[in-house]
Ligand binder design. Structure first.
Ligand SMILES: Cc1cc2nc3c(=O)[nH]c(=O)nc-3n(C[C@H](O)[C@H](O)[C@H](O)COP(=O)(O)O)c2cc1C
Length: 422
């Protein structure tokens, strides 16, 4: 099953490049360098990426969750050079502070990082916890967003709020007042803090992984995917705005995930700017801290996501840009997603793994993780991009762009690319 990967297990790089990489992996002096400029100059690789049409300096972002709940976390990420941050998901509410999905506001600080072996036998990591959305007040969330825009301005690192809006079950109607109030309040913060600084209003809507705990039918999810973008867009500015939709991984066939992507592309091509694919898997039987049913990740998650994206891109060429999420545990895994259309990636688990997995011993986690993701000589972003560049016969002098990887998807049959690369 490993043959689903488009890159070989061992990236065979020329020895001079390997030596340069090993030297940077062990000794890079961050004080002196702007990372992205350094990589262009030294390796002739441009690692700039995009979230929708929003430019980001490198493809690695913080996925919404427990690591983007406070301004200190956001600030540390900006200082350490992360591409972008999606804030923790807030649950929508109306003007009277009523939330139909109130029970999603769970305070559960305990997280357990564990090894997890996938069905095909690869061992990675997963985080287990029993929380759901932002558990403090909506006012506190708007304060976090306001402060985050200051960081955005100072460091040019996009910070994007995430919302879970009301999702009706059965015959229930959508609580439109929650859509209106929540979106308008976030826009108010943007207008006060960011609008006049060339910062678009961006928002990511989250179909949470934990929705899989509910007995939801396929038709209900299709209804959400049809209606939710319209309900949010209704309250967003037409200009200078960007809507991301983060899809979850309900326990249905791969074909259903492809249907969700097709629905978004068919119905919302001009109103949804980026699709985040796909939130975590769900184990309905596992009990953690007295709660039955937990979300999980690891290689089963990336296998599922890559498989679905393979199926999707075989059927469709022009599509809404994709932001990848799910077991991005190396630059190489980021590239696997990029070759299937992702223009950036959102990570959570990789920032929580035991420290012995990072070569860099100084600094904070984001910096250590980023260093590993970019410079690991065996599976980092630079090694993987140079491998592809060589395979495609691109001259050493020419700059090869991360964002060109998506073109490979558009212009070539993915299987042919595989034959070409291997
Ligand atoms: C502890 C934890 C909390 C999370 N909370 C949220 C959340 O509030 N909103 C959201 O969209 N995704 C949430 N996620 C999902 C992550 O954003 C991410 O998409 C997912 O974990 C897959 O990435 P990973 O394999 O790098 O962890 C959470 C994940 C974890 C592990």
């Amino acid at each position: 099953m490993k043959d689903m990967y488009l890159l070989e297990d061992n990236l065979n790089l020329p020895s001079d490049i390997k030596e340069m990489l090993i030297s940077d992996y062990n000794n890079l002096n961050y004080e002196e360098n702007s990372l992205e400029d350094y990589i262009i100059e030294k390796y002739k690789l441009d690692i700039a990426a995009k979230y929708g049409n929003l430019k980001i300096k490198n493809p690695f972002g913080k996925a919404s969750g427990q690591l983007s709940c406070s301004i200190n976390q956001v600030k540390a990420d900006a200082e350490d050079g992360l591409g972008f941050v999606i804030l923790k998901t807030v649950i929508s509410q109306d003007e009277n502070e009523n939330s139909s999905m109130e029970e999603w506001k769970v305070n559960a600080p305990k997280m357990l990082i564990e090894e997890i072996t996938s069905k095909k036998g690869e061992t990675g990591y997963t985080v287990t916890w029993k929380g759901r959305g932002w558990d403090k007040s909506f006012l506190e969330y708007t304060k976090l967003l306001k402060d985050s825009y200051e960081i955005y301005k100072k460091y040019e690192m996009p910070v994007i709020p995430s919302v879970q809006y009301h999702l009706p079950m059965g015959q229930e109607e959508f609580k439109e007042s929650e859509y209106r109030y929540t979106t308008e309040k976030l826009i108010e913060v943007w207008e006060e803090t960011a609008k006049y600084h060339n910062i678009p209003f961006a928002l990511e809507q989250d179909f949470s992984a934990t929705l899989s705990a509910l007995p939801v039918k396929e038709e209900e999810i299709i209804r959400w995917v049809n209606e939710v973008p319209k309900l949010i867009r209704k309250h967003m500015p037409n200009k200078d705005s960007l809507l991301g939709i983060k899809l979850h991984n309900p326990p249905f066939q791969d074909e259903f995930q492809v249907e969700l992507l097709n629905t978004l592309n068919d119905k919302h091509f001009n109103s949804v700017d980026v699709i985040t694919c796909f939130n975590r898997l769900f184990d309905a039987d596992r009990i953690f801290e007295g709660k039955k049913g937990v979300a999980y990740g690891g290689y089963d998650l990336s296998d599922r996501n890559l498989r679905v994206l393979d199926k999707f891109i075989q059927e469709r060429h022009a599509s809404i840009p994709i932001s990848a999420t799910g077991n991005i545990c190396s630059g190489k895994m980021m590239i696997e997603y990029a070759l299937r259309g992702a223009t950036c990636g959102q990570l959570h688990t990789y920032f929580q793994i035991p420290s012995h997995n990072y070569n860099l011993k100084e600094g904070r986690r984001t910096k250590k993780a980023l260093h590993e993701l970019i410079f690991n000589p065996s599976n980092g972003l630079v090694a993987s991009m140079i491998y592809i560049k060589k395979r495609l016969g691109i001259s050493d002098r020419e700059v090869f762009k991360f964002l060109d990887l998506g073109e490979l998807k558009n212009n070539m049959d993915i299987k042919a690319l595989k034959t070409d690369l291997n």
